[in-house]
Design a protein around this ligand. Structure first.
Ligand SMILES: *[C@@H]1O[C@H](CO)[C@@H](O)[C@H](O)[C@H]1NC(C)=O
Ligand SMILES: *[C@@H]1O[C@H](CO)[C@@H](O)[C@H](O)[C@H]1NC(C)=O
Ligand SMILES: *[C@@H]1O[C@H](CO)[C@@H](O)[C@H](O)[C@H]1NC(C)=O
Ligand SMILES: *[C@@H]1O[C@H](CO)[C@@H](O)[C@H](O)[C@H]1NC(C)=O
Ligand SMILES: *[C@@H]1O[C@H](CO)[C@@H](O)[C@H](O)[C@H]1NC(C)=O
Ligand SMILES: *[C@@H]1O[C@H](CO)[C@@H](O)[C@H](O)[C@H]1NC(C)=O
Ligand SMILES: *[C@@H]1O[C@H](CO)[C@@H](O)[C@H](O)[C@H]1NC(C)=O
Length: 594
């Protein structure tokens, strides 16, 4: 038996030997061919084929939807909204795909501004039969002071449009519902809000009750949290100190320390010209800003953030590129003594400095990423799962001197490691098998669902991770319509996976379902239908066997064959011995007979 064991150990050693190899590979040509220009504005499964498509703004006033395809180039420009559809001088500032009318087909919301005007106009193009109905566009009959937040205000799993429409104080928030393509406006929050512009408002669960709350960024700079109390948003009186900084970036929410709660991360500049950057974090329920990245020096060069512009805000984009269960980030930094700009990966590592002790984790800049460094004048960088294999790849946008449009670079993440993930996409659950007109309920980009897992890691410790789906929509937040949670190297079944969705006002039951024993490396599509009966929700499982799983399978089959051969040999020998015995017996019989 020890020989089989040795065999298995040899295989295991092979996997472990591979652990940690990380390399990027430029796959731009495979993905886009010669069409790799424009500003990546949003992601969503427009074609409802479970493949994420890419929404790209070109020439400031055109939208091109690149649909995922199985042949090179993997993304092809298929659906266009050309500039003659908009008023003259209109500039597209953001794109938010979503199912706004509740027919389970993806519509496209565009915000535009007209030069010299502060107000934002909102257009909606209705999706129909996997394309856009260009003639029947809707322009909202109120304008917003900034890009609106797409969220689910009334918990009906149809995205709503939230923002400030007044232009003279006091500024009250309003929400616009578009169910069945009928425009309906309602006053949203009970007190006035002096919203910051650009805002980084978020629709995310802040108290781990699996119901999305509302986070607002206001002038000051200050922050407001409106907790969903049985579906009603109620302002929470927390006195979070103003962060000790001069320039403030966009807030983001991730589970930075892996405790299942969402943490608030904020990139900032410590001085007015942004010579010194920092990233601060506040834990859920805490009022203390903890620095998680202060060290921006590499040899003689000091790097720092690029002060935000409306079209390129100072923001972090999160994703767990190494599947260790702790979210990492992509950011663009500037050489403070020169003029170069590059994208960098910030890896989430255990804290090794007294300053971040209270959090236990911190960021470390990965300086030696030659593939990222090769992209000059980067202006934006984000994560995207190119081949839908659960490993997050990267898209980097760069500015070329003589071109108006940005250049898109796609970098594949060849993370060859024995690390595992679970990829979860929560759909609207408005229909299931019986969708009207036989549509597939996939491409809906649902804001608000919350996903959390708890499991035991390889050391036997309890480990949690959580994420909100599409918590932010404005100012190029570039969130993915699914969540990828890394599981680290523990190949065990995932003990518990919880999924929760927003609630309707007055609903006291939490809408949450738990799944147990989820196989790692699976992609889960959760259909919360019907919304108020979590017991009936279903999850479709798609497996992505990783290399190591395949190798294990081969090893197992090999061992089985080996055992079979040995059994065969033993059997044959026994049979031979049997035969011999029988023959001897026969002889004896002969002798006896004589
Ligand atoms: C959309 O635009 C792209 C590039 O501008 C072009 O190649 C493609 O033919 C257009 N498609 C349609 C349907 O107009
Ligand atoms: C949907 O579009 C396809 C081609 O794109 C067409 O063959 C089909 O008839 C359309 N279906 C409906 C219901 O319009
Ligand atoms: C919104 O803005 C557009 C263009 O800037 C303008 O034509 C329209 O009248 C505005 N709507 C309202 C309600 O002010
Ligand atoms: C994970 O969550 C459980 C409760 O669900 C809690 O008991 C445990 O302490 C958490 N683990 C960590 C590392 O925060
Ligand atoms: C930063 O810019 C300075 C001045 O142009 C240059 O000497 C230095 O090499 C640059 N650092 C890097 C890492 O590119
Ligand atoms: C450690 O923290 C101190 C402040 O407490 C800070 O000045 C220093 O830069 C930090 N070192 C690193 C490597 O982050
Ligand atoms: C929630 O809001 C609705 C409508 O404003 C109100 O009727 C209801 O009483 C509120 N519920 C709670 C628990 O505050």
């Amino acid at each position: 038996m020890w020989m089989f064991k040795l065999n298995i150990w040899a295989f295991l050693w092979l996997f472990v030997g591979q652990y940690g190899a990380f390399a990027l590979q430029d796959v731009t040509a495979d993905l886009f061919g010669a069409e790799n220009y424009g500003t990546v504005a949003a992601f969503g499964d427009f074609y409802a084929d479970k493949q994420t498509d890419i929404f790209i703004i070109r020439g400031q006033s055109e939208l091109v939807i690149f649909l995922a395809d199985s042949k090179i180039p993997y993304f092809k420009p298929k659906v266009n909204i050309t500039k003659d559809i908009f008023p003259r001088d209109a500039v597209i500032t953001s794109v938010v795909p979503g199912d706004y009318d509740g027919d389970s087909q993806m519509d496209v919301l565009l915000t535009t501004t007209i030069q010299n005007s502060k107000m934002t106009n909102v257009f909606i193009f209705w999706g129909n039969n996997q394309t856009l109905d260009l003639s029947g566009k809707l322009m909202l009959n109120k304008n917003f002071t900034d890009q609106p937040l797409v969220m689910d205000f009334n918990g009906d799993m149809i995205p709503d449009i939230f923002g400030v429409t007044d232009s003279v104080p006091p500024l009250f928030t309003e929400v616009c519902y578009l169910t069945k393509r009928v425009q309906r406006w309602e006053k949203a929050l009970s007190s006035s809000v002096d919203m910051r512009s650009p805002h980084s408002n978020a629709f995310i669960d802040l108290n781990r009750d699996f119901t999305a709350d509302l986070f607002l960024t206001t002038e000051g700079p200050k922050f407001e949290t409106w907790i969903s109390k049985d579906g009603n948003f109620t302002k929470e009186e927390v006195t979070l100190a103003e962060p000790p900084v001069k320039i403030i970036g966009q807030s983001s929410f991730v589970d930075f320390d892996g405790d299942g709660y969402q943490d608030h991360l904020l990139p900032v500049c410590l001085d007015a010209t942004c010579q010194r950057g920092a990233i601060y974090m506040v834990k859920s329920g805490s009022a203390e800003w903890v620095p998680v990245l202060l060290d921006f020096q590499r040899r003689e060069t000091i790097w720092s953030f690029v002060p935000g512009k409306p079209s390129q805000p100072l923001a972090l984009h999160f994703g767990d590129y190494n599947l260790d269960g702790f979210p990492d980030a992509l950011v663009v930094l500037r050489n403070t003594s020169g003029s170069g700009q590059q994208a960098f990966l910030l890896e989430n590592v255990p804290c090794n400095n007294a300053s971040c002790h209270g959090v236990g984790r911190m960021f470390q800049i990965l300086w030696d990423q030659s593939d990222l460094g090769a992209i000059q004048n980067a202006v934006m960088a984000t994560f995207f799962d190119i081949y839908e294999d659960g490993i997050l790849d990267m898209l980097v946008l760069s500015q070329a001197e003589d071109k108006h449009d940005l250049i898109i670079h796609a970098l594949k993440n060849n993370y060859e490691a024995d690390a595992y993930f679970v990829k979860v996409m929560v759909l609207s659950g408005l229909c299931f098998n019986d969708c009207p007109e036989d549509v597939k309920p996939f491409g809906v980009n649902q804001p608000g669902p919350y996903v959390m897992y708890t499991t035991t890691d390889s050391n036997g410790n309890l480990k949690n991770a959580s994420a909100g789906q599409l918590s932010q929509s404005a100012h190029f937040s570039l969130q993915l319509p699914y969540t990828v949670l890394g599981l680290g190297r523990s190949a065990n079944f995932l003990d518990h996976l919880f999924v929760g969705i927003p609630r309707q006002p007055g609903e006291t039951e939490i809408r949450k379902k738990e799944w147990t024993a989820i196989i790692p490396n699976s992609q889960l599509i959760v259909i919360p239908f019907p919304h108020n009966q979590p017991r009936s929700w279903s999850a479709k499982l798609y497996l992505t066997p990783s290399n190591s799983v395949l190798l294990t399978a081969i090893a197992l089959i090999g061992v089985c064959v080996f055992i079979l051969v040995i059994i065969g040999i033993l059997h044959w020998q026994e049979k031979k011995a049997d035969d011999r015995e029988k023959r001897q017996e026969a002889h004896r019989f002969h002798f006896d007979a004589m």
